[in-house]
Design a binder for this molecule. Structure first.
Ligand code: SAH
Ligand code: SF4
Length: 364
């Protein structure tokens, strides 16, 4: 206990400090960490969460990541792409529910007509949602020109998870070819920053072969990259993927869940001003998982606005939460769930990453 206390009183954390915090297994020590992280969240962000509606607009993907249920090699998936009308009606649902932004996510598609379609779509979404409406893209690896084109069309934020900052581990969970290169992914992340976006990345937690040292390095990577937003959550196996064969070598689900919460807390201590998402993967393991994430230092929720009939076809992992609900039902329960943990949703502000505006401020 006193070791954890001492670490939490440090101004900054060494890698070994972070490993010790991630290794916590006693409840009272976990409580100490959570309380400290929440006090930092309260001070710099407040007792609140911001929402962005998630639109999973296509499950077409040219990549074949070994962990992902919608990888191109999974022939059991019924492939879909939403029409503009379906996307715009999800945007209007977001607006009617006072959300001031959406996240547009899909498998990785890169060609000229896709680029143009997204550019046009960003303009249409701005018409529907208003000039200030926030658009986050999560459309994988693209060229710098494409990132710029979408930024100029009006998207303000981009999410591209590095998945793991350990290149050797990255290689183990991806096919060994140029389409799945760690170097390219890292370069894309840097180009997203250069293009002007509020830049988000993140990792999967509890991957096979992953150590606490890897995760400590991941957190230090996020800090060294001066990332503005983070989405990270537990790895959850999918039986139609090659990585499923490692299922015996995983931490039990609840341990992955608790480790993910500790990752969120340590990150909040390391980077007080950034936006941290409480992911659906947390909710998929534990019903109040996303709300727990808020109490551990996260401040962003991304309720699913994908039309109900497509949700079962966007299974990155199995047992995903909220796949059999209609979009509207999900929205209704959100305010109540957040209130249950003593927080509220801030509908008045855009919830831009404070870190983005402070990039050169040494305290952030
Ligand atoms: N194709 C884009 C965006 C969609 S995938 C991209 O890859 O960037 C979004 C995220 O889902 C991935 O970054 C990955 O971290 C996560 N994901 C995929 N399979 C997962 C699994 N089995 N468990 C947990 N997260 C997973
Ligand atoms: Fe495609 Fe993204 Fe899944 Fe990889 S993680 S297979 S890029 S959707």
């Amino acid at each position: 206990m006193s070791l954890i206390n001492d670490i939490l009183n440090n101004e900054d954390f060494s890698k070994q400090d972070i490993v010790s915090l991630l290794a916590i297994s006693e409840k009272d020590e976990q409580d100490l960490l959570t309380t400290k992280a929440y006090s930092v969240k309260e001070k710099y962000i407040g007792r609140k969460a911001f929402v962005r509606g998630l639109i999973e607009f296509s499950n077409q993907c040219k990549k074949n990541c070994l962990y992902c249920g919608i990888r191109s090699g999974n022939s059991k998936v019924a492939r879909y792409t939403l029409t503009d009308e379906e996307i715009l009606s999800a945007v209007s649902l977001a607006v009617n529910n006072r959300y001031n932004g959406i996240v547009l996510q899909s498998g990785e598609i890169s060609n000229q007509s896709f680029t143009k379609r997204i550019t046009e779509l960003i303009r249409k979404i701005k018409k529907e949602g208003g000039e200030d409406f926030r658009i986050t893209l999560s459309l994988g690896e693209q060229s710098y020109e494409t990132y710029r084109e979408w930024f100029e069309a009006g998207a303000q934020r981009y999410l591209l998870r590095i998945e793991t900052s350990n290149e050797q581990l990255y290689k183990k969970i991806h096919p060994d070819n140029d389409l799945h290169s760690f170097e390219t992914r890292l370069n894309c992340l840097k180009e997203i920053q250069k293009a002007g976006y509020q830049t988000g990345t993140g990792v999967m937690i509890g991957l096979p072969f992953q150590t606490l040292e890897d995760l400590a390095d991941d957190l230090l990577f996020l800090k060294s990259m001066s990332i503005d937003m983070v989405g990270m959550g537990p790895y959850i196996e999918h039986s139609d993927t090659p990585l499923y064969q490692e299922k015996e070598n995983l931490l039990p689900l609840m341990e992955r869940f608790n480790l993910s919460l500790r990752m969120i807390s340590v990150l909040r201590l390391l980077m007080p001003f950034i936006n941290i998402a409480s992911t659906t993967a947390l909710q998929s393991i534990f019903p109040m998982g996303r709300e727990k994430g808020l109490k551990c230092g996260a401040n962003i929720l991304m309720p699913n606005l994908t039309p109900g009939k497509y949700r079962g076809s966007y299974l990155l992992y199995e047992n995903k939460a909220c796949i059999d609900e209609d979009a509207d039902e999900c929205l209704d329960c959100l305010d109540k769930r957040v209130q249950m943990v003593g927080e509220k949703i801030d509908y008045e502000n855009f919830g831009d990453s404070k870190h983005y505006f402070n990039r050169y401020n040494p305290v952030s």
